[in-house]
Design a protein around this ligand. Structure first.
Ligand code: URA
Length: 196
């Protein structure tokens, strides 16, 4: 069911021409991973490599993200990774608010279908849109908030870590916290199941 609905959504998204970013794209970068995952990562928008391959977080920043997944024991294939924008903004500039507005319904639908327990915003831009508009990534990264049925946090964007490696230690702590939260929520879910 989820698979079919997700495939349908992906097909719609692949033919989207709603905003000018569609004119410059090589590929729509819809999202990747397990659509039944409890854990979802959301970045801002595709970069050059992502645009060329049609897959999120496969460039240098993505490779760094993979190293954090490995370090804390998260399998990339077990999570779902998407961006707020599905098409690359020119020269990797920040998404414009109107571009986010045009694209965000695809992400909303992805979240509605996946129903993750945990949403991790990758970077300031995604946190400002999805957690709160005045989100301060330097101060608030790694903090947990509950939004409806989701536990949400934001971590540094891996591209920032490439520019400022001094933040890598904090990123590792935040990613450990994500894994701990996931294990905890799984334990609670498992516990509930076995008591019934
Ligand atoms: N940065 C993002 O926010 N998303 C990607 O997919 C790649 C780089």
């Amino acid at each position: 069911m989820i698979m079919e609905a997700m495939d349908k959504l992906q097909r719609e998204c692949l033919s989207c021409r709603d905003c000018p970013l569609s004119q410059g794209r090589h590929n729509v970068v819809f999202g990747v991973g397990d659509p039944e995952s409890e854990l979802m990562f959301i970045g801002e928008g595709p970069g050059e490599q992502e645009d060329l391959k049609g897959v999120p977080f496969v460039g240098r920043a993505g490779q760094l993200l993979d190293r954090y997944f490995y370090a804390v024991g998260i399998d990339r294939n077990d999570v779902y990774i998407a961006n707020m924008l599905k098409c690359r903004p020119p020269k990797n500039r920040d998404p414009l608010p109107e571009e986010e507005d045009m694209c965000i319904d695809y992400l909303r639908e992805q979240v509605r279908l996946i129903k993750p327990k945990i949403i991790v915003c990758l970077g300031r831009i995604s946190a400002m849109r999805l957690i709160k508009s005045d989100y301060r990534i330097t101060k608030e990264h790694g903090q947990w908030v509950k939004r409806g049925q989701f536990m949400m946090t934001a971590v540094y964007h891996p591209a920032l870590l490439l520019r400022d490696p001094r933040k890598k230690e904090e990123m590792l702590e935040d990613m450990k916290s994500v894994k701990e939260k996931l294990d905890m929520l799984r334990e609670i879910a498992g516990g509930n199941g076995s008591e019934e």
